[in-house]
Design a protein around this ligand. Structure first.
Ligand code: BDR
Ligand code: CA
Length: 316
């Protein structure tokens, strides 16, 4: 089969990041070229450990994982979201430790290297704070013309935020980086809370994952417990938002946007209560903001992840 979607994933793994990773690994038309991590749900370092261990469970140790920025561009890392994702980012689940370390490259260096290796083809999928992307732009000013498109899970454009009344977590954790990414000359698709909160996963899907019978799927099911605990308050039932998986599905054509607004994006850089708010504005470079997709994401996502058969490793 022709590989039609080379993807670099930038993430803060994270329970829903883990589901997005599983989705990308599961899809035959996706070539997950490389991963970089950033501090968000947990530290960049811990997110790399989580990612490497998940890749190992899936038998995909060949995919390079680079540790990216620990701190945002301005200020310091504020300690993640243990109430949403658990103390270790993956709901307290202890995965078997993989035998490999992250690549020696930094996250931004890895982004530039992958973009140069696949000039004009690479989809840059960012599902954490945008620090690594902003640093990669500074590292290589040619980057915008090297990538095919940038898909970002982040922002709350016409709905309230989730980390504050105004702001969504990925953008609020590094507003200066988001601003750099939204004003660069590359095609940006934003997958904000406006659409991700419309899609959720619940106990039936969790059960199906745990019954699949591989260590990889069992780990995903187990980490969902913490995530469901948190979101139960929001949905009024045991369901949790599909933020990052919806972005990965859109990035590789597994979910079709049915409502797209083209607008420039403005990020509030102030240190007021509105810091990190993402708003549409009239003039300037336009992004594509997805506010609805044509079908519920959870059934397709589940089917796709269940179809993943972890690659046998020799254990060497
Ligand atoms: C985003 O923030 C993180 O908690 C999630 O992984 C997702 O990327 C949702 O606001
Ligand atoms: Ca994330």
């Amino acid at each position: 089969m022709t590989i039609s979607h080379p993807v670099h994933l930038d993430c803060d793994t994270g329970v829903d990041d883990a589901l997005a990773l599983a989705h990308l690994l599961a899809r035959p038309h996706v070539d997950l070229v490389s991963v970089s991590t950033v501090s968000g749900n947990t530290t960049a370092e811990r997110a790399a450990v989580n990612t490497i261990d998940l890749l190992s469970l899936a038998g995909r140790d060949e995919i390079p994982v680079a540790v990216g920025a620990h701190e945002p561009l301005v200020g310091g890392y504020r300690g993640g979201a243990p109430q949403v994702h658990g103390e270790n980012g993956i709901g307290g689940v202890e995965l078997s430790r993989a035998r490999r370390a992250p690549t020696g490259r930094s996250g931004p260096e890895q982004i530039v290297q992958s973009a140069r290796a696949r000039t004009g083809e690479l989809v840059l999928l960012a599902i954490g704070p945008l620090t690594n992307l902003a640093l990669a732009l500074a590292l290589d000013p040619e980057l915008p013309r090297l990538v095919r498109r940038v898909v970002v899970m982040g922002g709350a454009v016409w709905v309230p935020g989730n980390i504050t009344e105004h702001a969504e977590a990925n953008i609020a954790n590094d507003p200066e980086a988001a601003r750099a990414v939204f004003t660069a000359e590359w095609p940006v698709t934003l997958v904000p809370l406006d659409v991700t909160l419309q899609h959720s996963i619940g106990v039936a899907e969790q059960r199906a994952l745990s019954q699949r019978g591989t260590a990889f799927h069992t780990a995903l099911a187990a980490m969902l417990d913490t995530y469901l605990d948190f979101y139960e308050r929001f949905y009024g039932e045991r369901r949790a938002a599909l933020h990052d998986p919806l972005a990965s599905m859109i990035a590789v054509g597994d979910s079709t946007p049915s409502e797209v607004r083209r607008t420039a994006l403005e990020v509030d850089p102030s240190h007021l209560q509105t810091r990190g708010r993402t708003r549409a504005r009239e003039e300037g470079a336009a992004a594509e903001v997805i506010t609805a997709v044509s079908a519920p994401a959870a059934p397709a996502l589940l089917e796709q992840i269940l179809a993943l058969t972890p690659v046998e490793t020799t254990g060497a």
